[in-house]
Design a protein around this ligand. Structure first.
Ligand SMILES: [Zn+2]
Length: 257
């Protein structure tokens, strides 16, 4: 199993070493902002390293929305990030599934996802594989509940789209972790990355607050079981800095032996 953590972008390889990590994930720009990513000073070293690199796209991206003033810049920023992620050798660009506003038709939002991949395909496709991540909240989300995820995959499946399963988001979103890998794979056929996080909040709460494994409301054995069943690389997006994340990684490794 290749396991690591979401870390600060300043020194990802140093952060990986401090955590005994084999995977590392970071942002290439402010996750709450629209600024384009800048070249990473460690790009050559990251590309040449044996650490698996993942980039998380900004949270503001919502390619599903019917609001043109969000959707159009979202689509452009996703393309820009995929290009920038390739310069650091990223294996995947993780982006949230997005949502439509209350009263808007989810079918249009899902078709906006299809158009996003069709738009990128016209210029040769995304420079880094895009992994759509399941989300925790909202009543009109494309990838919170798996009935909607199935509709999304019917629309985008032809484009070789990846999937990132977040255990906190599944739990808070109201999808049981028991046998979750089988249920996801029945829809997507693949899991490219696991975000192994505990949740501070109750099942179905819709809230997105990560916790260290065993500290929150999820039975850590269910997280371990999902990691093991998926066979996918793992990133913990948990608090507590080096010590907190080292402990989470150790828990996942120990249980995997
Ligand atoms: Zn996540």
């Amino acid at each position: 199993m290749r396991i690591g953590a979401h870390v600060d972008a300043t020194d990802p390889l140093g952060a990986a070493a401090a955590r005994d990590a084999e995977t590392v994930q970071f942002f290439l720009a402010d996750p709450q902002g629209w600024k384009a990513p800048q070249p990473h000073p460690d790009a050559d070293r990251l590309r040449g390293s044996d650490i698996d690199v993942y980039v998380h796209a900004p949270y503001v991206i919502n390619v599903a929305t019917l609001n043109n003033r969000i959707r159009i810049p979202s689509r452009k920023l996703l393309v820009t990030h995929a290009t920038a992620a390739a310069t650091v050798g990223a294996k995947g660009l993780i982006v949230h599934g997005g949502h439509v506003n209350a009263g808007d038709d989810l079918a249009v939002g899902i078709d906006n996802w299809r158009k996003t991949f069709a738009y990128a395909a016209k210029s040769g496709g995304f420079a880094t594989p895009v992994l759509i991540e399941n989300t925790a909240g909202g009543d009109n989300a494309c990838a919170r509940r798996f009935d909607n995820l199935a509709r999304l995959w019917d629309a985008v499946g032809e484009f070789d789209v990846g999937f990132c399963l977040d255990t906190c988001h599944a739990h808070a979103g109201g999808e049981d972790l028991l046998d979750i890998v089988d249920r996801v794979k029945a829809i997507t056929g693949r899991i490219d990355l696991i975000h192994a996080n505990d949740s501070k909040d109750a099942f179905g709460s819709g809230r997105d607050r990560h916790d260290n494994l065993g500290n929150g409301k999820i039975d850590p054995e269910l997280v371990v079981a999902a990691v093991r069943a998926s066979g996918a690389p793992v990133v913990v997006e948990t608090p507590g800095g080096v010590d907190g994340q080292r402990a989470d990684i150790a828990l996942l490794r120990g249980a995997g032996r």
